[in-house]
Design a protein around this ligand. Sequence first.
Ligand code: NCD
Ligand code: ZN
Length: 430
Amino acid sequence: MTRGKPPSNVDLVVEGKVFLGESLEWACVAIEGDEVVGITSPSHAPSSEQKITYGDGHIILPGMVDIHVHMREPGLSYKEDWETGSKAALRGGVTVVCDMPNNVPPIKSRESLMRKIEIAEGKSLVDFGLYIGYTGELEKCSDLCVGVKLYPEDLAEPGLIDFLREAARLGKLVVIHPEDPELIRDGGTNYCDARPPESEISAVRKLLELGSGARLHFTHVSTSGAIMEILAKKAQLREFISFDVTPHHMLLNSNLYSTELFKIAKVNPPLRSEDDRKAVYGVVRGMLADAVVTDHAPHSLGEKLSEDFSEVPPGFPALEIALHLLLREILEGRLGLKTLNLYSSRPAEILGIRRGRISMGYKADLVIVKIGVERVVRGEDFVSKAKYTPFEGWRLATETRAVYLRGRKMLEDGEYLAERGGELICCRSS
Ligand code: NCD
Ligand code: ZN
């Protein structure tokens, strides 16, 4: 099963049950410097300075690629910072994150982007791509950002079409939070009614009708209606449209808004009806979604428990558990193993980077997952500053044993082995 002939001696060989995109195979991954230089059967493995075997009870996955997170720094580091956020990523088996621009102040200029890069380079334990906000200096930032993020309030801007055309000209990815501000209304504590499914469907429709030629990516899509609109358009314009979904919209529904978790579970877009949840789950099972993302959106616990529901900020952390929630579905037989590609190789393809795959010529990002453990999700155990989750009490059967970032071991048995080391992701400009 040799794939690519490695040199006769390499820095590191990692042996075990390896996920090669389709299935698990007992194999040796040969690593030289920061790259995978070959994948062989054990009998054909090259000699190496170091060899590590992860036996039964482990699987070896590519580092996950999460293209929607909020590390909050600069500006909101009481909620999260690059150290705690990237440690949460490693624990969740994530080696590449793409961070949103809604810092304080928002990241819209080359200067603020450069400052964020400097901070992240000094503290992040995972590689990172960065988005800029509307209407950032797109051309000036083009070489430093992976794309641009549009928020609901940006969707009503008269200058939007020109901005999208510029993004198209520069070949930049446009990530859209699709909720139409005109259809969002203040409601009671049933948050799903306050931000109804129609607002998402309307935002998707408006963007698709603009015909800007830009490369559009709809994030955290949560309703069957929006999914239908996107899939219909994708059938004609596959190269230009993609979308992702989150574990929370796959696995939780709006019934949580009538429980004591209603504040913790407040998120934009809201948790939806059981029918919508099933639709979101279905596009993951059918591999029709292009990616799974966490939308890791930490806030302080004090903020999340604000007396007045309207003041509770939307979002919650998820980087530490997303992969393990997916593995739970896989191990219990509800999703196929290939679902993992939606959180690794497929988002990497959206960015145009050679990550998220254990393959020759790819960066050696490996996640060693222990299987057959019994544990329970507890927010208080998170390394994120946000120590709560709407998945409180969920049972998991896997945990992250070790993580290699570009060939370097960053985490093992709960210990972080580096203080920094994350690098800026350079991206496609087609
Ligand atoms: C986001 C955040 O906290 O940054 N929250 C969320 O619920 N997704 C902001 C947002 O997307 O509205
Ligand atoms: Zn977000």
